[in-house]
Structures are given as C-alpha cells and as structure tokens.
Design a protein around this ligand. Structure first.
Ligand SMILES: [Zn+2]
Length: 478
C-alpha cells in the first residue's frame, strides 16, 4: 500500500494459498481498513495477486481497480473459479468440524457410561457448543461486484488513481495482460517515482512478448520468487513435445496426457502443437482440452492477440479459416460426461487437462484411467510442489492414491522442466542492476526468505545502497 497526501493505493490484493486452514486464517483479515483504501492498481490476474479483491469490496472498499484489459478479463474467470473453490473448502471444513463434534459427543457418552452406568447416558451432553458451519470467504456475487469496479487501461497510458498519484502499466511478459507498475507520487513540492515489478516474466515465451525493461525510479518494489534459483532455458518445450507426439503416433493408441495450468501453460501447449502439426515435426493427432477453465482462458487469450509477440502473430496469421486459433481443430470438452467418454476412445490422442499439479479437476479421472496402461504417457510440463500428487508421480512412485483408489503407475512418465513464467535470479539481477546507482531503496517482496536473502546480498554488492526485506504489515516512511 502506498500512502501519500492522505490517500491510500493498494498494489495488488492477493490471496494466501497453501494449507486450507492456515491460508483461511491469513485471508480472513487485511491488516488495514478496506474503507480507507482509495484505489487498487492490479499487476496481473493470478490469484495470489488478485484473490482478495471480492473480499475487499465486500468489506467496504469504494474505489476503482485499475488493470489492463487482459487482466480484467482473466480476473473475471479466475475469481469466479476461486469463489467456487472457496465454497467447496468451506463445506469441507464445516463437515470436518461437525464430525469432530460428533466424535467428541460419542466419546464423552461412552466415558460417562463407563463411570456412571447408573445415570441416563442418553442425557444431552455438554461437550462444547455445536459448531457453526464455516462460511466461504466470499461468494460468486461478491466477484461480480468486484468486477464492476475494474477500470481497464492500455500499456503506457498514464492514469490518475487519486490526488497526487498517477500510474502507468508496462508489459511484464508473465501472463496475458500482466504488468509492472510505474507510479509518480507527489506530496506538496516533493515527488517520487516508484516501480513495482508485479511478477516479472522471462524472454522467449511462445506467445507473449518479453518483459519491457524497468525505468529508473527512487523506490523499487521487486518480486523475488526465484531470487536464488536459475531456470533451464525456455526453448526445448517444442522439441520435447514433438518427441512425445511422435512416440504417441508410433504406438498408434492410448493417450498422451498433459496436466497443465489452465491459464498460460495450456495456451502455450496449444500454440506449440499447432506449429508442430503445421510444420510436420510430428504426425497430426486429435487434441482434447478437458478443463472448463482452460477453455474459457483460451477464448480470452485468443481474443487479446494485441499481447502476442510478433513471431507468434506471424505464425498464427496463416492458420486458415480459423484465424488466430492457437491450434485449429482442437476439441474443447464441455460436459463431465463428454470428459468421461474420452476414456472409451481407442484412437491415439492428446488430452490436456487441469489442475497442473494433479491435485483436483478432471485430470484426476484421466490419471486413474491412463496411469496403469503401458500404452499411455504422462507428460509433466509444470512445477510440481512438494506434497502434491504430481510430485509423487514424477518421483517415480509405483502406485498412487487418487480419489480413494490405488492406482498402479505403468505409463511412461516424462518430466520436462524450464517453463516457468517467472524471472529467475539472473533475470531479476539483469532487470534491476541498471538502476543500482540511482535508486534510493529496493524492497524485495513475494519471495521466501531463502530466496530473497541471497538476492539481497547480491543487489547490495551490485551497488544498491539500501535493500529492505519487509515483513508482513511493516511500514516504511520514505
Ligand atoms: Zn503471477
């Protein structure tokens, strides 16, 4: 939050993600009064950056949410999806609470019976209050309210968010519509420039442009997600994908199953497959996208080709009648029944489905079907966090539990890394080092301490006179 001239502007309003219970606790409050926030400037549509906007509005925020057109459109589908997940989580936690209460009552009743078998153990037992169901953090209705507050902007266009603060969004190359934020803050005769990286992207993405270089500023607020890590080069995705398609065509049956994030990775895959088929790098096979969210996201990406890089535009321009379809002829599966029916198809096919870490969604029933089959292949193209089903599979588990079933792993499992949409350590160093001499202060945010500590040291050695690693709710007077 930037506070100047008695006005307050939020940079992003994200949701904590992680273990249900801990995340819920962190997400319930803001640490500030939403009524007193004058505007939000939104960098991009990932839930860890926008997930609490509906709650902010529900709690009394009256202002506008400034973002790019692409971010606005993606926020609409991602926040609706988030509301759905929150509802499901609240039901799960409520049921768990009720079960725990029932268990305690039963236990208390048994103990009473053992000790005082002369009393009527059927009497009402006081084992604490009957728990109330847990309400979801927000509802779909709150999402619709939040969406009404959006004010879209083009890259490079100045806008006044409130008195004394004007902003400009620049292409961050991270996901469709993503931006880094430039702010000009004036208080009386003093004026400061602030740059917030949002999530900073990488060069070489198949569809998006590379991130625009950061401008000079007095204050930098930089992400540090991969502050101590290097990614393998971006290229290689297409070759790995083409090789997997060739293996599938050679088998002539079974599935090539690709779990993928609905936004970003799915569209990159479709684009690459389109090019692979067009150029004859592998035989053409049917491709099914089986995730309602991915289908919606693909529609939005296709609509916003103003965000594409030139070589993607050139490549897509010739896609015949279906101009700007990422992959002409791709099948987008709608209903759950249609999705299940794919299991009975005999032909060789590619199925792209979510979630990317194989924790939920339609990918689960595809895994149950495909993992025990030697004529199937699982191609993993995204980061698999510790503790996820995806991680267990790539670590070579012989069998896994999915939806209560034990599933043998006989299918080939291929793990391709290097497709992160985040800047790595070198990308961050390259982006910020040119401003080391002129910046007053650099704040490192959005990274675990193990990632930002060593990055902070490196920035200091490269000439940043002041590098801060703020804690939650900490404030600085500049
Ligand atoms: Zn992001």
């Amino acid at each position: 939050m930037i506070h100047a001239n008695g006005k307050r502007v939020l940079l992003d309003c994200g949701m904590f993600q992680g273990r249900r219970k801990e995340a819920r606790k962190l997400n319930l409050t803001f640490g500030f009064d939403p009524n007193r926030v004058d505007a939000v400037v939104q960098s991009h549509a990932h839930i860890d950056h926008c997930g609490k906007l509906p709650l902010l509005v529900d709690c009394g925020f009256q202002g506008k949410i400034h973002a790019t057109h692409g971010t606005q459109d993606l926020c609409a589908i991602l926040l609706r999806d988030c509301a759905h997940i929150l509802l499901r989580d609240a039901l799960y936690l409520s049921k768990k609470r009720m079960k725990e209460h029932a268990r305690k009552r039963k236990l208390a009743r048994r103990q009473m019976r053992e000790v005082h078998d002369f009393i009527d153990y059927k009497a009402e037992l006081d084992v604490g209050k009957i728990p109330r169901p847990i309400a979801p953090l927000y509802l779909k209705e709150d999402v619709e309210e939040a969406m009404k507050r959006f004010k879209p902007h083009r890259y490079g266009e100045w806008f006044q968010a409130c008195d004394g603060m004007r902003f400009r969004l620049h292409d961050a190359g991270h996901i469709l519509g993503s931006a880094w934020v430039e702010a000009e803050i004036t208080e009386g005769s003093r004026s400061k420039r602030l740059v917030f990286t949002g999530d900073y992207g990488r060069s070489g993405a198949p569809l998006l442009r590379k991130p625009q270089p950061l401008v000079a500023a007095d204050i930098f607020l930089a992400e540090s997600t991969y502050g101590d890590r290097l990614h393998p080069p971006f290229k290689g995705m297409r070759d790995g994908l083409a090789a997997a398609v060739q293996r599938l065509a050679q088998r002539g049956a079974g599935k090539l199953l690709i779990p993928a994030f609905a936004v970003g990775r799915t569209q990159d895959l479709l684009f690459h497959l389109g090019q692979i088929f067009k150029n004859g790098e592998a035989p053409t096979v049917p491709v099914y996208v089986d995730s309602p969210l991915a289908t919606e996201a693909t529609g939005i990406v296709r609509k916003h080709r103003e965000y594409f890089n030139q070589s993607a535009l050139d490549a897509l321009n010739g896609n015949g009648g279906e101009s700007f379809a990422l992959l002409p002829g791709a099948h987008f599966v709608e209903s759950a029944n249609e999705s299940k029916a794919l299991n009975h198809h005999k032909e060789a096919m590619i199925v792209i489905s979510a979630s990317g870490m194989m924790e939920q969604g339609r990918i689960l029933h595809h895994l149950i079907h495909a993992l025990p089959r030697e004529d199937c292949e699982l191609l993993v193209v995204g980061y698999q966090a510790e503790g996820t089903l995806g991680r267990r599979v790539i670590e070579g588990a012989d069998e896994v539990r999915i939806l209560g079933e034990t599933v043998r792993v006989k299918a080939r499992v291929e793990n391709m890394t290097g497709f992160s949409a985040h800047a790595d350590r070198n990308d961050l160093l390259n982006a910020l080092t040119p401003h080391a001499g002129s910046a007053e202060v650099l704040f490192l945010v959005h990274g675990e301490d193990d990632q930002r500590n060593s990055l902070a040291d490196e920035f200091r050695s490269r000439g940043f006179s002041r590098v801060e690693m703020p804690q939650m709710d900490q404030s600085f007077n500049l």
